[in-house]
Design a protein around this ligand. Sequence first.
Ligand code: ZN
Length: 192
Amino acid sequence: MKLKCQRCGYEWDYKGKSRWYTSCPKCKTSVKIKEIHFTDIEIGYIAGLIDGEGTFIMGKHKKSIQPVIRIGNCNFDVIYWLQEKLGGSIIERKADRFRAPQLLWQFHVSNGMLKLLEKIKPHLIIKKKHAELFIQYLKLHKQGTLPTKEELKIVEELKKLNKRPSYKFYGEKHPTLQKVDEKTKKYLIGKP
Ligand SMILES: [Zn+2]
């Protein structure tokens, strides 16, 4: 199978056994093997899962930023299904006093994050803004460089969005808040 490194442009005939990605023989950057392909129904299902259960994290690694989408679930089948469909890695979270054992699925930039986000974005309701910020970041950022000022601004905005419920993030302007009574509105926004 012919592969091409996005970073250094090297092309070679891949004969290994990995299903999702391998590293460039020249510069060691990870290179995707399998192209994402799903049916429209699968895209809808994945969008629903990410909208409801997904967390959008700008992970810090030394000075660089690693955008990650995470889903944790006690149902292992759904996590293995996600990996089967999309790649990504799985981490085990042991049970404790409060929680059953969980599997944590992590989806990274190298798994084709931009492509996936663009496909699912039209179907997102809860996490649309999160996805938009990720897309903005991914389009601006050059792999292997430190984040620019503009990129760090996006990272900060996402942090704020993750910190509080989106109603508080948007404030009075949130369209849903125009449709509820004063008492509910106060409850959703909370005290500043
Ligand atoms: Zn390379």
